[in-house]
Write a protein that binds this ligand. Structure first.
Ligand code: GAR
Length: 200
């Protein structure tokens, strides 16, 4: 049974999609053992609690400097001895020490077709604002492994989503979540949990 720690910063709809997929049997051989947030107000923490999953907050604001926060975050993660760490809307840079310790065991969901609209400064709604500003007709989402770069690790799954006339960033964000993110993130976890070596 794959032990999964999910890291979140906000609403947690991707976390919910993972929990629903486990409940419905779309993900097998995996359990979410903890949810960690950097943001005490993250609704994702409530979702975890409602599901009987341990939910903890490690806020950078409660540490004297970034290094102390990074260390505390890594120590907390280690307590759960995860087989897989899922960044589901976790908007904090992963400390290099954590990447070293869990190389090949950290995956991230990004709301565009990488390499478009990714890297430093592209997160959340900003990704969809940039896609609309550029006028692309197709966007989507990507699940990838996390390495030292920003959104630069090997790609596991991608799914395309149509951009429609009259889309606002909010409307497009919702469509990308519904049609792509909530599908490919659970699917990637299921593939990893069931030992697919090649997941691309
Ligand atoms: C999702 O759209 C996710 O792809 C994005 O944040 C949102 C979190 O929503 N992540 C990034 O932009 C990472 N660069 P959620 O909390 O409802 O799952």
């Amino acid at each position: 049974m794959l032990k999964v720690v999910v890291m979140v910063s906000g609403g947690g709809t991707n976390l919910q999609a993972i929990l629903d997929a486990i409940d419905s049997g779309k993900i097998t051989n995996a359990q979410v053992t903890a949810v960690i947030s950097n943001n005490p107000g993250a609704y994702a923490l409530e979702r975890a609690g409602q599901h009987g999953i341990e939910a903890v907050c490690i806020s950078p604001k409660t540490f004297s400097d970034r290094e102390a926060f990074n260390q505390a975050l890594l120590e907390k993660v280690k307590e759960y001895a995860p087989d897989l760490i899922v960044l589901a809307g976790f908007l904090v840079t992963i400390p290099p020490a954590m990447i070293q310790e869990y190389r090949g065991k950290i995956i991230n969901i990004h709301p565009s077709l990488i390499p478009s609209f990714c890297g430093v400064g592209y997160y959340g709604l900003k990704v969809h604002e940039a896609a609309l500003a550029r006028g692309v007709k197709i966007t989507g989402a990507t699940v990838h492994y996390v390495d030292e770069g920003v959104d630069s690790g090997p790609i596991i799954l991608q799914k395309a989503v149509e951009v429609k006339e009259g889309d606002t960033p909010e409307i497009l964000q919702r469509r990308v979540m519904e049609e792509a993110e909530w599908k490919i993130l659970p699917e990637a976890i299921n593939r990893i949990a069931n030992g697919e070596r090649s997941v691309s």
